[in-house]
Design a protein around this ligand. Structure first.
Ligand code: DHB
Ligand code: FE
Length: 285
């Protein structure tokens, strides 16, 4: 029996959320409403821990630099160390990979004409570790292997929403072609509206964010046509991270003739630090 995508999880990855967890501040008046929004998902994933997670995220100049800007990177290592982003590495476990499944996805997706970069060594930053902390809390070891898929949304030119959705479809085909009975989740991270720089720093567009949530649930093919300029104009310069959610959505089976996914949970919260936070869990029927 082959592997399958069982669910997709979407979440923002604000570094201040990681700091609140690491410093034991999750119950404070500022943070409690944010973490309450993840309770349902955390209970669900405790009972539905997958055999592997394909975690789509972006590096923030920690593993990569302007010297090397791959558009899409897949991590094939057995272990991914936690990056030091300037304050020491977060006190979270290193991330175990799944080299066999990752190598298979690389082989299959590259043969489907997506030119992935292969990372045999990769440090992972808050883009990957904060979503793990939000869903799994503070375990001694992460409960399942993680395959990092890094998307360049930092330095233009960045990939289109359409390209991201199509990558998700290719990943789903790759997973379903893996000859082992694995349950695999795909996570799309980053966003929602935020701008960390310039005169518009602090921009939040709750209306646009919520329409994005409506559209990624109900009509991702149409959402995939939204151009970069709309993300940046409406959701701020870092709002472009949201294209990574389309990779996760592209891997759901309704985009290949299957039934619509079940919406387990949807959450939106303003603010965490300078950003809006969005979260969604979709289950393949
Ligand atoms: C911040 C950084 C991020 O990468 C992000 O997606 C949101 C917020 C920050 O530094 O506050
Ligand atoms: Fe970010």
């Amino acid at each position: 029996m082959s592997a399958r995508i069982s669910a997709s999880v979407y979440t923002s990855h604000v570094p201040a959320i990681g700091a609140a967890i690491d410093q034991g501040n999750t119950e404070s008046p500022y943070w409690e409403p944010l973490f309450a929004g993840y309770t349902k998902s955390r209970e669900w994933i405790a009972d539905n821990t997958p055999d592997a997670i394909v975690l789509v995220y972006n590096d923030h100049g920690n593993a990569f630099s302007p010297d090397l800007i791959p558009t899409f990177t897949i991590g094939l290592a057995a272990s991914f160390p936690v990056a030091d982003e300037g304050w020491g590495p977060r006190p979270v476990p290193d991330v175990a990979g799944h080299p066999e499944l990752a190598a298979h996805i690389a082989q299959s997706v590259i043969q489907q004409d997506f030119d992935l970069t292969i990372a045999n060594e990769l440090q992972v930053d808050h883009g990957l570790t904060v979503p793990l902390s939000l869903m799994f809390g503070q375990p001694d070891a992460w409960p399942c292997p993680v395959i990092p898929v890094a998307v360049n949304v930092i330095q233009y030119p960045v990939p289109s929403g359409r390209r991201c959705l199509e990558l998700g479809k290719a990943i789903r085909r790759a997973v379903e072609d893996f000859d082992d009975n694995l349950e695999v989740q795909i996570w799309g991270t980053g966003g929602m509206s935020h701008q960390l720089q310039g005169p518009r720093a602090g921009l939040i567009n709750a209306e646009w964010d919520n329409v994005f949530l409506d559209r990624i649930i109900a009509d991702p093919e149409d959402l995939a046509e939204v151009p970069h300029i709309e993300y940046v104009r409406e959701a701020g310069s870092e709002g472009i991270e949201l294209v990574m959610w389309l990779v996760g959505r592209g891997a759901m089976s309704d985009l290949d003739g299957g039934p619509a996914p079940e919406e387990l949970h949807r959450f939106y919260h303003v603010a965490a630090s300078n950003t809006a936070v969005g979260h969604l869990v979709l289950i393949n029927s």
